[in-house]
Design a protein around this ligand. Sequence first.
Ligand code: G1P
Length: 280
Amino acid sequence: MTQLHTVVFPVAGRGTRLLPITKSVPKELLPVYDKPVLQFAVEEALDAGAKRLIFVTHASKTAIPNYLKPDNALKAALDGGGKTELLRALDDVSLDNTVEVIFVEQDSPLGLGHAVLLSAPHVTGSAFGVILPDDVILGTPCLTEMAAGYPGGHMIAAMKVSADDVSKYGIFDAVADGDQHQIFRANGLVEKPDSETAPSQLAAVGRYILDICVFDALRTLAPGAGGEYQLTDAIAADVGRVELNGFAFSGSRYDCGNHAGLLQAANARAAQVGQALVAE
Ligand code: G1P
């Protein structure tokens, strides 16, 4: 299995689809039943063996570094008050000192490609992971499954979507049925195509293992869909240089960038921890 030393988390977005709460609370800290969205992403990176976590964030989102840093005073207070259960909840999310946490600021919303490029000075090794925390995946840790089957080059988690939904995703130019655990070769990737021109119904989901050559493509990238620098376009530009594979993951993915997705994820998480409170 490939050891992923570094994982990048783009978390600078404003989360406008979740207003009004995101006026003051970063979307990454909204709860999925018992833990914030970001916690699932961090745990997935650690499960894949990551030792360096890079958060590309915005200066206004101070709650994110506050969440990630240790709070020894709170720990001591819980300990002193004999609150063992609560102390355990805090310990469960504490990063041990073998894990390095780096924050990089993205001042302007110039796109996912721009966010990933900002992490370049801190990335070591020949490949690194990217997790988009909005895409919460429950079940088998997705990045770990990907690292286990990683053949080199660029690899992205994939799932089949309806024809109506292709315009919401990066879409693979590939022929595959999207069966779980399938690794399929792609000839390209297109960001948010319309349903008439989409090369397939195989969508990219927010888990990437990227060869570091992607930074060269990102440095010379022109703005793409929505006028933003798209990670998808840099990956597509590398096709022919390194292989591009999709990986049909086995967990369940929830789009926690919108209210309905957050609610579905919370329900699924509650069931996972044995607390099925809300009927589907
Ligand atoms: C991003 C990527 C897109 C991918 C999607 C997965 O889009 O640009 O290629 O399919 O995440 O969630 P966003 O949802 O940030 O617009």
